[in-house]
Design a binder for this molecule. Sequence first.
Ligand code: SF4
Length: 350
Amino acid sequence: MGGLAVADVVAEARRVLGEMLLILAHHYQRDEIVDVADFRGDSLELSRRAAASAARWIVFCGVHFMAETAAVLAREGQRVLIPREDAGCFLAHTIDYPSLVELWRALSGIMDPDREVLPVAYVNTTADVKAFVGEKGGACCTSSSAEAVLRWAFSQRPRVLFVPDQYLGRNTARRLGIPDDDIAVWDPRFPDLDRERFARARLILWRGTCNVHVRFLPEDVERVRRERPGVRVVVHPECRPEVVELADEVGSTSYIIRTVSASPPGSAWAVGTEERLVARLNKENPDKEVFSLAEVPPFCSYMSLTRPGDLAAILEGLLRGEERNVVEVPPEIRDPARAALERMLEITSA
Ligand code: SF4
């Protein structure tokens, strides 16, 4: 089938495989991928789609932890395939299982973490990190569910460990009214605890950030307000707290899309999130001005790895009866990771 456009390969795969095939695409994917997917969404929406789907093959156009999450939630017989196995995530790479175990051991010197601390993992983590959290009775969260999950976590135990995005953790803590003084940040590069600080902390944050969202600065908000009077600023909660404080609106990718799309014609929006999403919002809202909050708009290089040819190669493989780039999670990791994800889905559907 060499030489066919990806849309033709997708059409052929749909004709032959029918409902056995589901193609999911994250909002930060290239337009050519998003245009041919069955669904586009943020990580929570895509996790839900994957969990509810009866398809045999879920082709996940996104980054690896997302496909892994779908594999953890998959039913018996379902297979998750990722067009680019090397599509990682800067944020997910800031944490791994051994360094989490090391933190837990360090905390044991000043408290009883198994009784006092409930871990919460942002979905931007590998399955073994989610498994650690699941084993300890904790839950996962996405940017849209962080507030609900943190509130639930504090109803279970006096302290919460939130990994790995320190800014999402701090921004959510501020919404819950937790003062900065009650927060301690664990830096895995300098694993010596400030015992006094950690002993009184209600919230412990991992020192991870997303390379894309960290680029937005308070100066950007000041500049766009100066240059475009009347502009509204909407940012993702992975942005620095100083940026979130200055913004008019803060929310997940889906919240940003809903907010901009529902605004009146003639509105102007400076958006603090991944550039591919901002460019698409601009295209889909011709009656509004939509532009990046940053002068040099940051994009996610991992999300950009997936090109139409990569998706076509996966589908052509399926048409030949070959499963390529299958994402598999061994049962000893899958089961506790699933428990953490299912807790999130329960909390957010309650
Ligand atoms: S935008 Fe940030 S958090 Fe999202 S996949 Fe890229 S690096 Fe990871």
